[in-house]
Design a protein around this ligand. Structure first.
Ligand code: IMP
Length: 192
């Protein structure tokens, strides 16, 4: 089975991507290659951060790899939190605090359209490629459900009648930003 490094230690993301990849690829984490660094994500775009993380792993550890960056873009907030989604409520990457701040900033707002966007940068055989996936939806007025991670309890995709946090893992992957970006990545890998 072909091995490829996913430049993350986020267990939720690894589980989602391993489920999508099935037995076609063995996806290694950063821990699997003994990388315990806090990889810089200092670009001002999702694509810039995905490239930065993938290049870091390739240059420092020598592995072909892919890295992702995801943002939640809320129209009523001019696209925020966007590239700052992980640190919206501060540097602690606290999902509950991020959701609470988002709900406070949308208090009384009726136009709640939003989208998740994932950008993946693949570095393989000396080439860099970008893949993107997105899902349109809206921000709920209160959290719904416990599954998933991050902003899942407050995001309802347009194609569903419930939040991501009330869906099964396969149900979320079938329509999610990361599911779509990963599907594009895997179909590219399968053409090689
Ligand atoms: P990053 O790609 O890990 O930098 O994610 C940016 C922010 O978006 C973090 O706060 C994540 O928790 C959140 N996030 C990423 N993917 C998802 C998702 O699939 N559902 C909900 N929140 C997510």
């Amino acid at each position: 089975m072909q091995e490829i490094v996913f430049a993350t230690n986020n267990s939720h993301k690894l589980e989602e991507i391993r489920r999508i990849a099935g037995d076609r690829f063995r996806i290694l984490s950063l821990a699997d290659i003994n990388c315990h660094d806090d990889i810089p994500e200092t670009a001002d775009t999702l694509e810039g951060n995905a490239r930065q993380k993938a290049r870091y792993v390739k240059e420092k550890y020598g592995y072909d790899c892919f890295a992702d960056d995801t943002g939640l873009m809320v129209d009523a907030l001019g696209g925020a939190p966007g590239v700052f989604s992980a640190r919206y409520a501060g540097p602690g990457h606290d999902s509950k605090a991020n959701m609470d701040l988002l709900l406070r900033n949308l208090d009384g707002v009726t136009e709640r359209s939003a989208r998740f966007v994932t950008v993946i940068c693949l570095i393989l055989n000396g080439e860099e490629r970008i893949f993107e996936g997105r899902v349109e939806g809206e921000i709920l007025t209160a959290p719904q459900g416990e599954a998933g991670f991050g902003y899942d309890p407050v995001f309802k995709p347009a194609e569903a009648d419930r939040s991501f946090a009330l869906m099964t893992p396969d149900g979320k992957n079938a329509i999610s930003h990361r599911g779509r970006a990963t599907a594009a990545l895997l179909s590219h890998l399968l053409t090689l």
